[in-house]
Design a protein around this ligand. Structure first.
Ligand SMILES: *Cc1c(COP(=O)(O)O)cnc(C)c1O
Length: 228
């Protein structure tokens, strides 16, 4: 088994090569380490190996790790589904939220963002694969949602996020990510962020303009949900 530091180096090579292949600047692509189900020690190890941004899906688990890691200068991103009764701790304890898919959640995050903190960075999650079961707003609803979110005082709308239907077909991977990029460009809102690409499809996402790739398994190994 390889160590987290070795995995980070390998993922770094993949990001660098993908950036090169599409003539993009390596530094324009952020590595968001997805640490859900992994212990605080794994995050500590990843930070020691150079990572600063960590993504979590489950609120209580994230808050517990934040307490254990309060001595480190980490940037926390919430990337999981959001229940409206859980918005306050998210507004208080994260710098980014990638998974906003309806106005009610955005309104609550804005109202509950503490005044002493900078605006909360927001990505709107869009369902580009068209499956009823997946979270994310429908592309037809995106423009209205984005417009409304730009009006909220304590949020800063940065861009879009998607989790496409998993596929090993590189052409299909790219088509889904291209769709998100086109939706972002079509909004004409000066959005600098595309949060897309995971362990199995980061190359396709970078080819289509990803600015955050959200990587779990390739950094920390397979997740064991039984133990979590
Ligand atoms: C778990 C998760 C990831 C990481 O997926 P891997 O395939 O393990 O890299 C990325 N984004 C979101 C929203 C996730 O829930």
């Amino acid at each position: 088994m390889s160590t987290i530091a070795e995995n980070i180096a390998k993922v770094g090579v993949r990001i660098r090569e993908a950036a090169q292949a599409s003539q993009r600047d390596f530094s324009s692509i952020g590595l968001l380490a997805v640490s859900k189900t992994k212990p605080a020690e794994a995050i500590r190890e990843a930070h020691a190996a150079g990572l600063h941004d960590f993504g979590e899906n489950y609120l209580q688990e994230a808050l517990d790790k934040q307490t254990l890691l309060a001595d480190l200068p980490l940037t926390w991103h919430f990337i999981g589904p959001i229940q409206s009764n859980k918005t306050r701790p998210i507004a208080e304890h994260f710098a980014w939220v990638h998974s906003v898919d309806r106005l009610k959640i955005a309104e609550r995050l804005s109202a509950q963002r503490p005044a002493e903190l900078p605006p909360l960075n927001i990505c709107l999650q869009v369902n580009v694969s068209g499956e009823a079961s997946k979270s994310g707003c429908h592309p037809d609803q995106l423009a209205a949602l984005a417009q409304a979110v730009t009006q909220l005082p304590n949020l800063r709308l940065r861009g879009l996020m998607t989790i496409p239907e998993p596929t090993d077909d590189a052409t299909a991977q790219r088509a889904a990510f291209a769709r998100l990029r086109a939706l972002r460009d079509g909004l004409n809102l000066d959005l600098d962020t595309l949060s897309m690409g995971m362990s199995h499809d980061l190359e396709a996402a970078i080819a289509e303009g990803a600015t955050w790739v959200r990587i779990g398994t390739a950094l920390f190994g397979e997740r064991d949900y039984g133990k979590a």
